[in-house]
Design a protein around this ligand. Structure first.
Ligand SMILES: Nc1nc2c(ncn2[C@@H]2O[C@H](COP(=O)(O)OP(=O)(O)OP(=O)(O)O)[C@@H](O)[C@H]2O)c(=O)[nH]1
Ligand SMILES: [Mg+2]
Length: 301
């Protein structure tokens, strides 16, 4: 079944509208029918400068040959959207003719977890526009990874050799979260040692018999064969997910995350609107007022 051509302008408009939507708008904009063919979602996450955007570009060229592929980069430093930052990393002539690749960076706005507030809804829009696959780039060690985990099917943690990234990642408790470990810029020294360290740490965690065992890959954007190997590992993980009903648990976690974020944002709005007098009242009364305000916000919007 062939798809209608990708309408980049319409997609851009929808994403911009969502990027600026309030919680009240969101509920209005919410699609009621789940998408029959949702895009595969692949996350690239890791500390600043690990080479995620460069890698996303190479992966997009590799995987986007015969698919409609979107790249969304959540960029904490970019309040504006438009894809310039990520777009710069890919030579435009390389993309010429690939009318099915769409790239956009989105500001992280107010979200405390480093993701854009309305990212779940933006990802839904990618489904609606017939994308086969979406690569999601998020920056950070810690909060952003937890948040990204819920949004994607396959999460690759991108780390730099000789950076102390592994120690940071362990401290932040995100080693268990990755489906694939990427020791990136493996053209640099000490990459192999880092890969061995990760293997050792990863082998320590107890997993059920049939659990996914995250591979550790040495990748360099300068070596196309390493990007192919990463792409193949992504396919293997996707196939493993599809094998039984593993995706159901992921989808549940995703729905929970979205609802929690919505409630958190409403709660923040409600607390911000309480007046000085209420804030001097006993805590129980403050709580009562705040809950009433949440309810009021939910019914009036
Ligand atoms: N040596 C080497 N350098 C690389 C490689 N991949 C990317 N770089 C360089 O690393 C720098 C950072 O790359 P980015 O792709 O912007 O990294 P990022 O993780 O997206 O950075 P943020 O989004 O700012 O967190 C750039 O100067 C790249 O040219 C690689 O495989 N090897
Ligand atoms: Mg980047």
């Amino acid at each position: 079944m062939s798809k209608p051509p990708l309408d980049r302008h319409a997609l851009g408009r929808r994403l911009s509208k969502l990027a600026n939507a309030s919680t009240a708008d969101l509920v209005q904009l919410q699609r009621l029918e789940p998408c029959a063919n949702p895009a595969r979602r692949i996350g690239l996450t890791g500390p600043p400068g690990a080479g995620k955007s460069t890698l996303a570009g190479h992966l997009a060229l590799h995987r986007g040959r015969d698919r409609r592929l979107g790249v969304l980069a959540v960029d904490p430093s970019s309040p504006k959207s438009g894809g310039a930052i990520l777009g710069d990393r890919i030579r435009m002539d390389e993309l010429a003719g690939s009318s099915e690749i769409y790239i956009r960076s989105i500001g992280s706005r107010s979200a405390s977890d480093g993701l854009s507030d309305n990212l779940p809804e933006m990802l839904d829009v990618m489904d609606e526009f017939g994308f086969d696959e979406v690569l999601l780039e998020t920056v950070g060690v810690g909060q952003a990874e937890y948040a990204a985990r819920a949004q994607v099917d396959t999460l690759a943690l991108v780390l730099l050799p000789e950076s102390g990234d592994v120690v940071q990642a362990m401290k932040a408790g995100i080693m268990e979260m990755a489906d694939i470990f990427v020791v990136n810029k493996s053209d640099l020294p000490a990459a192999q040692k880092m890969a061995t360290d990760i293997q050792r740490i990863s082998a320590l965690s107890r997993r059920p018999e049939d659990a996914w065992r995250p591979p550790v890959l040495l990748v360099s954007s300068m070596k196309p064969e390493t990007v192919s190997a990463l792409s193949a590992a992504i396919d293997r993980h996707q196939a493993w997910l599809a094998e039984s009903d593993r995706r159901a648990a992921l989808l549940q976690a995703r729905a929970r995350y979205r609802l929690r974020r919505l409630i958190e944002r409403r709660a923040a709005d409600a607390v911000a609107s309480l007046d000085a007098k209420t804030l001097e009242a006993p805590l129980e009364q403050q709580l009562e007022q705040a809950l009433q305000e949440i309810r009021r916000l939910s019914t009036t919007h």
